[in-house]
Design a binder for this molecule. Structure first.
Ligand SMILES: *Cc1c(COP(=O)(O)O)cnc(C)c1O
Length: 391
């Protein structure tokens, strides 16, 4: 077992060693780290719904009615009316015929891609897709072809060479999780039509955030009915845990029969489903929460840019602050924390080498005061660490 120590030494040397930071508070706008209160600028809780009284109450009610756990897989013993209601609501929200839920987004991608393609098929995957997609592709035994990030000429070139395969699946994040930019879905859908491929979108960060009703990237682009497999999570803007795939009735039936991560895993816990249901209803009933999220994102982004920070994308509440070097990034993250702002540094293998960054995310529940504190922390920490653009 010497390899354990040796490999960890390698990680340390490269500056890639990871440690968990313990939060002694919740995913509120301010939380507690190391005994100190700080602005939480790293949560995927975009709408603040983990903190919403209606969402928390719904989780408690679900526990009272259905218990703490669901006792087995959906196909054996764990299928409650609550799960079916969730799937019906998701399908309605996404304007699809049906939906299937999973315990996590990782499990959804991991299992669904494997269920959709096999030996003799090909998957075309954006190079910055989430690791759960990468792992789903690996597991599938299909040929995997990676196209350059958002590069449609490259995608078309690969599609042209992919005629000999049985099925062609194009899979992409809707909102890229570490960059915050959007997949060029209209072009992807058009290319899929032209080359006889089908499309799967992972809308983990789009669900509840993008589109007029918050239904996600597909709604944002007006592509309803044109993306065959719509995956999303209940763990980010919906403030709970779990994931879904929405699509045609026959696809959902197929996935129930073919997806190993659905078949062989305990049904999502009642508390998580109850909370996600309440969150979904809030998303639909209170569009003003989403409007506040976008206003906060704009405010922080404009402030960071005016200080000279490099903020490459403008499409979502994910605000990547590009630094490049791993050590510099981690020093800046530490300095921000000392200033009372938690916005972690992101390094390989999560992002490509040389593109280390602070990944700041805003929430609808941040006040102007929270965001101003974050901005002055970035100003001071950046000055002290000489990481601003042009330094
Ligand atoms: C977070 C995320 C997932 C995984 O979802 P979990 O519910 O956290 O397992 C999948 N895809 C993308 C793009 C994500 O950002």
């Amino acid at each position: 077992m010497n390899f354990v120590v040796e490999e960890m030494e390698q990680l340390l040397k490269k500056g890639y060693y990871r440690q968990m930071r313990r939060l002694d508070g919740s995913q509120a706008s301010r939380t507690v780290i190391g005994g100190k209160e700080c602005v939480l600028l790293s949560s995927n809780n975009y709408l603040g719904l983990t903190e919403h009284p209606e969402v928390k109450e719904a989780a408690k009610l679900a526990v009272d009615r259905w218990g703490a756990g669901s006792g087995g897989s959906r196909l054996i013993t764990g299928n409650y009316a609550l799960h079916e209601e969730m799937e019906k609501e998701i399908a309605r929200f996404k304007r699809e015929e049906g939906a299937i839920t999973f315990s996590s987004g990782y499990m959804a991608n991991f299992g669904v891609i494997q269920a959709l393609v096999d030996r003799g098929d090909v998957v075309l995957s954006d190079e910055l897709n989430h690791s759960s997609i990468v792992d789903g592709c690996r597991l599938s035994r299909a040929k995997v072809k990676v196209y350059r990030h958002r590069d449609m000429e490259h995608l078309e070139k690969i599609l042209r060479q992919a005629k000999g395969y049985r099925r062609r699946l194009i899979v992409t994040d809707g909102v890229f999780s570490m960059d915050g930019d959007l997949a060029p879905l209209p072009d992807i859908v058009a290319l899929a039509g032209q080359y006889g491929a089908f499309v799967m979108v992972d809308d983990a960060h789009g669900t509840g955030v993008l589109g007029r009703r918050g239904a996600g990237t597909v709604e944002h682009f007006g592509l309803e009915g044109k993306v065959q497999v719509q995956m999303g999570t209940l763990s980010k803007a919906l403030g709970s845990a779990g994931a879904y795939v929405a699509g045609k009735r026959e696809l959902i039936d197929y996935l129930r029969n073919k997806t190993r991560s659905f078949i062989y895993s305990t049904a999502p816990a009642p508390a998580a489903v109850g909370a996600a249901l309440a969150a979904l209803r809030l998303v639909e009933r209170q569009p003003e929460i989403r409007a506040q999220l976008w206003e906060n994102a704009r405010y922080l982004r404009v402030g960071l840019k005016s200080m000279g920070y490099k903020v490459p994308s403008e499409d979502s509440p994910i605000i990547p602050v590009l630094i490049g070097d791993a050590d510099k990034t981690m020093h800046l993250a530490q300095a921000l924390l000392e200033e009372g702002v938690f916005a972690p540094g992101i390094r390989p293998p999560t992002v490509p080498q040389g593109t280390c960054r602070i990944r700041a995310t805003v929430m609808a529940i941040h006040t102007r005061g929270d965001l101003d504190q974050a901005l002055s922390a970035f100003a001071r920490a950046g000055r002290d660490n000489q990481v601003k653009l042009g330094c």
